[in-house]
Structures are given as structure tokens and as C-alpha cells.
Design a protein around this ligand. Structure first.
Ligand SMILES: CC(C)(COP(=O)(O)OP(=O)(O)OC[C@H]1O[C@@H](n2cnc3c(N)ncnc32)[C@H](O)[C@@H]1OP(=O)(O)O)[C@@H](O)C(=O)NCCC(=O)NCCS
Length: 280
């Protein structure tokens, strides 16, 4: 339920296509960069053989489109042998900005993960907000022996077995479908067909520098954080460890980001990895 209103979930239909692309653009605009290309990604994924059409789902409240998610086939490849294990991935996941933080994203995730299991899929691997997806059971993929291409590991790469043993013997490098590599020129061209929109202005780290311990600001820079938006790719645990922030400083950072409209991190004491069945 969202407030007192029911969230209806159903398969995306051709009549939804344009509205879903607009919704995706609204949800991702300025999230990581001044513009976004996820609306083109949605467009291209629909035509991709990797798409799992049963898991291309919209959420409605009061007859209005408020959310969308789509899943596609991906692989985990063992570098030594070239053995490829099929897994699912999802994204973009989008909730209309004025309907966020009201349970729509969670409803879409819970419904589609259950459906994916029913369809016989065994595991999901995804790049995403590292402190959002653990509530659905996702854990850092590194714990399963799954890395990004080239072997890098970070908390934003997460995995979830859908059935017991769903990731047993599945180790190696995660590769999404090629369609995820979006050509920036094509994205700019595609975007011209949407209402003109000014670039979003990202928030430089300087915006909060005076309000964080100087050592913490320096450490965030060494973690590659130039704008507050860059923190979306880092978990609270990574920031705490990498920037040497204690709980209090992490809470302060979380509050500062919230002031700038950026949801980040888990609340203090919230153990991201508990409360779900371990199906590994
Ligand atoms: C991220 C998104 C899908 C979440 O869906 P939603 O309907 O807004 O969120 P829900 O109602 O399911 O969950 C709300 C909770 O998640 C938390 N949350 C939301 N985004 C978060 C983030 N990026 N990091 C950590 N926590 C987050 C909220 O603080 C809230 O916490 P609470 O339950 O402790 O109050 C949605 O906000 C969205 O579309 N954002 C823009 C696009 C995007 O980021 N897509 C996902 C890319 S990986």
C-alpha cells in the first residue's frame, strides 16, 4: 500500500512505452550525471533478445503510472575456463520522483523477484544503490566470488540467489547484455525527442566540506568522490572504512546528503545483511 492507495503491478504494454521512457528520464535525470541515458536503455532493452518480457513490469497508483522495472539475461564468466553461467539482472528500476520513498520500488522488487523465482531463474546480479537492495536480500557479489569485468569488487555490485544454492559454483566476472553500453551520441539524439530540459547541477563536495571533518573530506576525495552524487555508488560501510568515518560522521554525511535531496546509506545500526534467508 502507498498511503491508503493500492499499488497495482502489471506487465508493461506497448501503450505504456512512451510514458515509461518519460518516467525513467524523470527518475534518473541528474542522479549520477547532469543528464541521463536510462530512457534510451529502456527503449533498446525492449528490442533486445536478452529482455525477459514477463519481468517487464509497471506499477500504477490510482490509474497513474508511477514505477517500472525490467529484467534481462546476463552472464557470470569464469575467466580461466570461459565457462558462462546464466543469471538475471534488472534495471533500470524507476519510481516517479513525486512518488518515491512510498513503497513503490519495494513493491516492484518483491513482486518481480518472486516471479523470477517462479519462472525458474536461479539468481540475480546487479549494479545498484548498495544500501537500498540489501533489504531484498542482496549482498555484495564479491562474497559469492562474483566480480565486475577485470576483477574489481565493490558493494554496488550485488547478488541474490533466488533458490537455495542458486549461486553455487557460479563465480567469475559479471557481464550484462551489450545493450547496457549506451552510445552517448545516440542518447543525446534520442533525448531530443523529449521535452527540453536543462542539465541538472551536481553538488560539488565543497558544498558540505566545512561541515565534515577535514580529514573525512580529504578521504572522500581519495575515494573518487567529486560530487555528492558520486556517493550513490558507495555503501555506508565502504565510506566508513575508506574515509575513516565513525558512526556519527556517517550520520552527519547522511543528513547533509538528505538536505540536498540525496538518499544515501543505511540508518545507523541497521545491519544491511540481516533479516533475509541465506540461500547461498
Ligand atoms: C531507488 C528507487 C527505485 C527506490 O524506490 P522507492 O519507491 O523510492 O523506495 P521504497 O519506498 O521502496 O523504499 C524507501 C526506502 O528506501 C530508502 N532508499 C531509497 N533510495 C535509496 C538509496 N539510493 N540508498 C539507500 N536507501 C534508499 C529510503 O530512504 C527509504 O528508507 P526507509 O524505508 O528506511 O524509510 C527510487 O527512489 C527511484 O526511482 N530513484 C531514482 C532512480 C534510481 O535510483 N533507480 C535505481 C538505480 S540502482
Amino acid at each position: 500500500m502507498e498511503g491508503q492507495r493500492t499499488i497495482t503491478l502489471r506487465r508493461e504494454e506497448p501503450r505504456d512505452h512512451r510514458a515509461v521512457e518519460e518516467l525513467t528520464r524523470d527518475a534518473f535525470w541528474g542522479l549520477f550525471a547532469p543528464r541521463c541515458d536510462e530512457h534510451l536503455l529502456v527503449h533498446l532493452l525492449r528490442e533486445s533478445p536478452a529482455l525477459v518480457p514477463e519481468l517487464d513490469v509497471v506499477a500504477e497508483v490510482g490509474g497513474e503510472l508511477v514505477g517500472h522495472v525490467m529484467y534481462s539475461r546476463a552472464v557470470v564468466v569464469e575467466p580461466a575456463t570461459g565457462t558462462a553461467h546464466g543469471v538475471l539482472t534488472f534495471g533500470p528500476l524507476s519510481v516517479r520522483p513525486d512518488r518515491q520513498a512510498a513503497g513503490v520500488g519495494a513493491a516492484l522488487m518483491r513482486h518481480t523477484l518472486a516471479q523470477a523465482a517462479e519462472l525458474g531463474h536461479r539468481a540475480v546480479v546487479v549494479y545498484g544503490h548498495p544500501d537500498y537492495y540489501p533489504r531484498f536480500g542482496f549482498r555484495p557479489a564479491a562474497g559469492f566470488g562474483i566480480t565486475a569485468p577485470g576483477g574489481a569488487t565493490f558493494d554496488a555490485l550485488m547478488a541474490l540467489p533466488l533458490v537455495p544454492g542458486g549461486l553455487h559454483g557460479v563465480t567469475g566476472e559479471f557481464h550484462e547484455d551489450g545493450v547496457f553500453v549506451v552510445d552517448p551520441e545516440r542518447a543525446a539524439e534520442f533525448d531530443r525527442d523529449f521535452p527540453p530540459r536543462a542539465d541538472a547541477v551536481l553538488h560539488p563536495l565543497d558544498a558540505v566540506e566545512g561541515r565534515l571533518p577535514a580529514a573525512a573530506s580529504r578521504a572522500l576525495r581519495t575515494l573518487g568522490v567529486r560530487h555528492l552524487e558520486d556517493l550513490r555508488r558507495l555503501s555506508r560501510t565502504e565510506v566508513a572504512a575508506g574515509a575513516g568515518l565513525d558512526d556519527e560522521a556517517c550520520d552527519a554525511l547522511r543528513g547533509l546528503l538528505a538536505e540536498h535531496g540525496i538518499r544515501w546509506g543505511a540508518p545507523r545500526g541497521h545491519s544491511a545483511w540481516t533479516g533475509t534467508t541465506d540461500l547461498s
